[in-house]
Write a protein that binds this ligand. Structure first.
Ligand code: FES
Ligand code: FES
Length: 143
């Protein structure tokens, strides 16, 4: 089947089997390997992307359901070579250990107070929380 969607601001048209997940298509067809595959069952949050501005686990979304949607992956968060403030805060506060959970964690954190559905296997939550608080303090002081 043919689908059209926007990925990181670019219009994309694909011919895909309807049983494939958004996660598979982003990684395998579009090469966006910042979308991580962890559990594949909707439990870890590693595959989180923004779908029309909302964080969703792409391993549970069949690609036909993304028809017409605007998808943002970690590859699309920096603008003009400048990191998004949340990416910057994670770097400055050291909110990263192995980095596997980081793309999904950062994308979720751009929209939520503290991402609750995102697991970090390195148990690095303290610095992740510090990074999110720092971003909130510096970019959204009134929030
Ligand atoms: S890989 Fe999708 S939630 Fe774990
Ligand atoms: S930094 Fe390793 S899983 Fe989170």
């Amino acid at each position: 089947m043919k689908i059209s969607l926007t990925v990181n601001g670019n219009a994309v048209a694909l011919d895909v089997a309807p049983h494939r997940t958004l996660l598979e298509v982003l990684r395998e067809d579009l090469g966006l390997t910042g979308v991580r595959e962890g559990c594949s069952t909707g439990d870890c949050g590693a595959c989180t992307v923004l779908v029309n501005g909302k964080p969703l686990v792409s391993c549970l979304m069949l690609v036909p359901d993304a028809e017409g949607a605007s998808i943002i992956t970690i590859e699309g968060l920096a603008k003009g070579g400048t990191l998004d403030p949340m990416q910057d805060a994670f770097v400055k506060k050291g909110g990263i250990q192995c980095g596997f959970c980081t793309p999904g964690m950062i994308l979720a954190a751009t929209t939520e107070d503290v991402p609750e559905g995102n697991l970090c296997r390195c148990t690095g939550y303290k610095k992740i929380q510090e990074a999110i608080r720092e971003e909130r303090r510096t970019t959204r002081p009134q929030a």
